[in-house]
Design a binder for this molecule. Structure first.
Ligand SMILES: Cc1cc2nc3c(=O)[nH]c(=O)nc-3n(C[C@H](O)[C@H](O)[C@H](O)COP(=O)(O)OP(=O)(O)OC[C@H]3O[C@@H](n4cnc5c(N)ncnc54)[C@H](O)[C@@H]3O)c2cc1C
Length: 488
């Protein structure tokens, strides 16, 4: 039986491991950290359960399809609830817009804000649904080795709907004029780590997922999904080694022959690298075997990093939803400070997740569990002073807009920022979300999922195809496993 070594235990590594074990490979996962799950790890402190990374559960069909491939159902592993409202947004006039679970109710809200926009939303969504069907059910499963993979009847027939060469920001403005609606429609693009002005309109499939399919939540927290995948992997015979940093990929006669893990060389037939691509390529391989140069990496547009706070509060908050976007400041200014002139933002937009609104199990009774997040340019110098400065800014805005003063109610507090991403995940420039999904970094223009010189070394995860986010990472693992199965 051929032995596959998987580097890292994020979503893509786990789905690759499950697929490969199902195909008959002997699979071992090596994770540098004590805990499995990569950026989706969690931790427990003083009765609170904090998800460290993802909190938005979109594209539920991707999760269902993955478990169904293995004869399983999502509900065998976790209780999934649909949030209502899915999320809310604060605007600069201090108004809060709650996005209802019901699409028809959303159409009415649009109509109230801008006359005629209800019908336009229906039309926008029909096209977005088509994009979703072609994109998420078809295109993202391609290994993206050649443009010819994308030339098939379904795609040709659907190309009218794809709007690949239309810019998202212009596309949205063809439908809607009111700034509030534009902000709402452009928000899902932030998940792709890029700007609406730099993103193909094809990605309005994200609007379909967020506004029509809705926002879901696994009771117990996002880590329930990691536990489900680890459980399924073990059932398939995958073995896991935690606190096992891969230090080097060894090559003999033009092939990867072993992995150096905790100072021991372990023989291996095939490697799937689910750790950050840049780290694997430029730190674990000798220069002559690398897929890309430093210049290549430095010319890539990375998705943002972020500043996070995990807080336990000794009281319940009023007037707060599970997901809240504080978009009460100028988005374009903050975006510039992330993408064009990287610096700590002057007036940041931020996001608050409060899972204890929907789930009693993540905080002690009568208490609240919150995560605050500011997107930042990657590679910024972070310091405790900076973290604290932005912490106070967020507390003040939270108080102003929601009427909750939490300054005297914090019983647990932990921050996480650029330097932690580098230390914990070997993240290139401390990125949080991988590589941006801009047009020139999409599909065949992404870092390749196979090493060009070493035929038994493959890459998976949010820096390769199809891109950043949990659903794409789940798909990335499947795509790489299929490629390996083809060749071995
Ligand atoms: C704060 C935050 C919020 C997010 N929110 C959302 C969200 O709401 N919804 C969503 O869909 N997505 C979200 N994402 C993105 C999503 O979490 C990621 O796209 C996804 O989890 C990445 O998975 P991955 O497979 O690429 O691996 P990663 O999670 O990046 O895991 C890689 C693993 O490799 C390990 N590793 C690194 N080097 C080595 C080595 N040398 N040896 C062994 N192991 C190594 C690391 O420790 C890590 O465990 C968020 C991300 C962050 C950081």
């Amino acid at each position: 039986m051929k032995k596959v070594g998987v580097i890292g235990s994020g979503f893509s590594s786990l789905t690759a491991a499950i697929e490969l074990a199902s195909m008959g490979f002997d699979v071992e996962v090596f994770e540098k950290n004590e805990a499995l799950g990569g950026r989706a790890r969690h931790f427990k402190e003083e009765g609170f359960v904090f998800d460290m990374g993802p909190s938005w559960y979109w594209m539920p069909d991707v999760f269902e399809d993955f478990f169904a491939r293995h004869g399983k159902k999502v509900e065998e592993y976790y209780d999934l609830i649909k949030l209502d409202p899915g999320f809310s947004i604060y605007y600069d006039d201090g108004e809060k817009l709650e996005i209802p679970e019901s699409f028809n109710a959303l159409v009415d809200i649009f109509e109230n804000i801008e006359s005629g926009s209800g019908d336009k939303l229906q039309h926008f969504m029909k096209r977005a649904e088509k994009k979703y069907e072609i994109g998420v059910k078809n295109l993202v499963y391609k290994p993206s080795k050649s443009i010819f993979e994308f030339i098939n009847l379904k795609v040709i027939k659907g190309s009218f709907y794809l709007d690949i060469f239309t810019v998202f920001s212009k596309y949205v403005r063809k439908y809607f004029k009111h700034e509030k609606l534009i902000k709402l429609m452009e928000f899902p693009i932030l998940f792709l780590g890029s700007l609406p002005s730099n993103t193909p309109a094809m990605y309005s499939l994200m609007n379909y997922s967020g506004l029509k399919q809705g926002t879901y939540y696994p009771i117990g927290g996002f880590y329930k999904i990691i536990e489900a995948l680890v459980g399924l992997a073990k059932e398939k015979g995958v073995s896991f080694s935690c606190s096992s940093q891969v230090q080097k990929i060894n090559v003999t006669n033009g092939k990867v022959s072993s992995l150096l893990v905790n100072n021991q060389n372990l023989p291996i037939d095939i490697v799937v690298a689910g750790a950050d691509y840049h780290h694997v390529d430029s730190k674990l391989l000798e220069p002559k075997f690398r897929n890309y140069t430093n210049d290549y990496w430095n010319s890539r547009k990375l998705a943002p990093s972020c500043l996070l706070f995990y807080l336990g509060l000794n009281k319940k908050l009023k007037n707060v939803n599970h997901h809240t976007l504080f978009f009460d400041k100028d988005f374009s200014k903050h975006a510039k400070e992330i993408y064009e002139t990287p610096k700590w933002p002057n007036e940041p937009l931020f996001y608050m997740s409060c899972p204890s609104v929907s789930d009693d199990s993540v905080a002690p009774k009568g208490m609240e569990n919150i995560m605050l997040l500011i997107p930042l340019a990657p590679d910024l110098k972070d310091s405790n002073e900076m973290r604290e400065k932005y912490f106070l800014i967020m507390l003040e805005r939270l108080n102003q807009l929601t009427g909750n003063d939490i300054s005297d109610s914090i019983v647990y507090k932990k921050s996480y920022c650029v330097s932690d991403f580098i230390k914990d995940y070997n993240a290139f420039k401390g990125n949080a979300y991988g590589l941006a999904n801009t047009l020139d970094q999409t599909a065949i223009l992404k870092p390749s999922l196979r090493n060009k010189k070493l035929k038994n070394l493959f890459y998976t995860g949010q820096l390769t195809v199809p891109g950043p986010g949990v659903p794409p990472s789940i798909i990335s693992g499947q795509v790489v496993a299929n490629e390996i199965n083809k060749y071995f």
